[in-house]
Design a protein around this ligand. Structure first.
Ligand SMILES: Cc1ncc(COP(=O)(O)O)c(C=O)c1O
Length: 402
């Protein structure tokens, strides 16, 4: 019925590639199998107690039950700008340069919806966190994907990156209006230093595009690496916004709290569209988020330590199983090149075999774009014993296939 009635935005979205692996995982679980699940970046740890306690305390006060403020209560926006100042020495205005969002994904999607005209072009490095590309597609824009290279320490090759960027700007009609960057990167874990942003901001000013920077994994770094912010570069506010989330640093994925800061014109657009779309997060969640950002940060250190030790156990036990993987210095993921003798399978078939034969679920790299097809993404969301069990299962599987 109603075949003539089309839903264009939804038709522009492909089916979710990870759905296939998810379905297989669910089927195996229903059949009673124990699947070790590294497939999703969903933190498994508890939210630190002082944050939960603040939520409970605030939720008991009836004055907090009404509509909240769509761009975030002032105290949360102040906590966000203070976080930037403490961490990066960057001054931001909580009124005009910050928005609290329902997780950073919501902020990103609505920002793109607010600032994209039909036919606008955005450049997104690929592989990519899927919404980085598809937010533009939903909004009626077009995406030019650029590949990027990195070394065995997952450090970006700047020269190649800027060459690809320059070429794609020159080749694109109309000229690109936006460039998306996300370092530390999901899924590849690739990192950059401040000098990367110096070059990017200079290029944005010359070529006239806005930069959308996502630093969701800013805290989750190891071995001395520290995530820079684009706003450490003088004048970056003229051309950039940056988003962050409490999901990863404070194990608050289900709470849905994040933020976007920076360029007044873009932040104003996001504040405006949010004032049409929503009435703000439940106030107690915003108060608890304020406490998370302003309060003691030992809990963040513990969360980082958990991911680091899981990374180390995983790399060692997988290597003993016959799968040597390079060591990432950030994020809650390992971006693992498929063992050479099995690379021809492609990431989807390899992931299916891992699931069926080793009882281990990972995300196939192809789900992040065609440049990811020689890799799988392993999320560090299982404990040491489960990681070691996965390694034993994988050892058997690799032996059979050798
Ligand atoms: C790079 C990146 N950005 C943003 C998000 C969204 O996080 P949230 O919406 O929970 O803030 C994620 C989640 O996995 C992510 O990996």
């Amino acid at each position: 019925m109603f075949e003539e009635i089309q839903f264009n935005a939804i038709n522009r979205l492909p089916n979710y590639v990870f759905a296939e692996i998810n379905e297989l995982k669910m089927r195996a679980r229903r059949a009673g199998e124990d699947i070790i699940d590294f497939s999703m970046g969903n933190p498994d740890g508890p939210t630190p107690p002082h944050i939960v306690e603040k939520l409970v305390e605030t939720a008991k006060k009836p004055k907090n039950y009404g509509y909240s403020v769509s761009k975030g209560i002032y105290k949360l926006r102040l906590a966000i700008t203070d976080w930037y100042e403490r961490r990066y020495g960057v001054k931001l205005d909580p009124e005009s340069e910050a928005v609290a969002t329902m997780g950073s994904k919501e902020g990103y999607v609505h920002l793109i919806q607010a600032i994209t005209n039909p036919g606008d072009v955005a450049i997104v490095p690929e592989p990519a966190y899927p919404i980085h590309t598809h937010a533009f597609i939903i909004a009626g824009g077009n995406v030019v994907k650029i590949p990027f290279s990195y070394n065995e320490k997952y450090e970006l090759d700047y020269d190649k990156f800027f060459e690809s960027l320059k070429n794609s700007i020159e080749d694109s009609m109309p000229r690109p209006k936006f460039v998306v960057v996300n370092f530390p990167h999901n899924p590849t874990t690739v990192t950059v230093k401040k000098d990367f942003y110096e070059r990017l901001v200079a290029m944005a000013k010359k070529e006239r595009f806005y930069i959308l920077s996502d630093i969701a994994y800013a805290d989750i770094t190891f071995d001395g690496y520290k995530t820079p912010s684009i706003f450490e570069v003088e004048g970056a506010k003229e051309v950039a916004v940056e988003s962050f989330t409490l999901s990863k640093s404070y194990n608050m994925a289900g709470w849905r709290v994040g933020f976007v800061v920076g360029n007044k014109k873009l932040i104003g657009a996001l504040q405006k569209i949010k004032s049409w779309f929503d009435y703000g997060m439940f106030t107690p969640i915003q108060v608890a988020a304020t406490v998370a950002l302003n309060g003691p940060q030992d809990c963040v250190k513990e969360i980082i330590q958990t991911y680091k030790s899981r990374r180390d156990v995983l790399l060692k036990s997988f290597e003993n199983a016959g799968w040597k993987i390079d060591k990432p210095s950030a994020t809650m993921f390992v971006w693992a090149k498929i063992p050479e003798n099995l690379r021809h399978l492609g990431s989807m078939e390899f992931s299916k075999q891992l699931l069926n034969e080793a009882k281990v679920a990972v995300s196939p790299g192809i789900g992040f774009g065609e440049h990811g097809d020689e890799y799988v993404r392993i999320a560090l969301i299982e404990n040491h014993n489960r990681i070691r069990q996965a390694a034993r299962n994988i050892k058997q599987y690799l032996k059979k296939r050798s």
